[in-house]
Design a protein around this ligand. Structure first.
Ligand SMILES: [Fe+2]
Ligand SMILES: [Fe+2]
Length: 167
């Protein structure tokens, strides 16, 4: 069934915001400071998106009687975990500038590939399992903030979200 999914449009809109920062984050020709500022903008966007995606979208995917869809949810969750590990390394005081720069590039490429896979493979497949009512219900849940990410501050490392996944 072909229909315009509000949920998928909301997910893609967040991907677009994340992509805008990815292109700078993986750019090694700009200054470290500019990339760190970019990371400060990128991180809350990514964490807000991946947490709500897991808790609303992947949860729904795991509950469906479709092994392929279940697998896609676990695969996405695993990619998020790998991104979390890189983020944890990048937030560590022990990392030097060269290591930080390499981690930033790997993180940007990993996330970019993951967003492409979701848009090209996962979301079209997910849409087959959505009817209009379910789509609306999931979209409303997805668009409800999971935590108050406005209070998130990277520059002084006071991460005030209730339970960041890498804590
Ligand atoms: Fe994802
Ligand atoms: Fe996503």
């Amino acid at each position: 069934m072909f229909f315009s999914s509000r949920l998928v449009e909301a997910l893609k809109a967040d991907h677009t915001k994340i992509r805008a920062e990815i292109s700078l984050l993986k750019e090694t020709d700009i200054s470290q400071l500019d990339r760190q500022l970019c990371f400060g903008r990128f991180l809350p966007l990514l964490v807000s998106h991946t947490q709500r995606e897991e808790k609303i979208v992947y949860k729904f995917m795991k509950e469906q009687d479709d092994e392929n869809l279940n697998f896609m949810a676990y695969e996405g969750q695993t990619k998020h975990s790998i991104a979390d590990q890189l983020i944890e390394d990048m937030l560590s005081d022990k990392i030097n500038n060269k290591e930080w720069s390499a981690s930033a590039k790997v993180l940007a490429e990993l996330v970019e590939k993951h967003l492409d896979e979701e848009e090209n493979e996962v979301f079209p497949y997910l849409k087959r399992h959505l009817d209009s009512d379910t789509d609306t219900e999931l979209c409303i849940k997805y668009q409800t903030p999971y935590h108050d990410f406005d209070s998130y501050r990277y520059d002084d490392k006071e991460i005030s979200s209730e339970s960041p996944r890498w804590s």
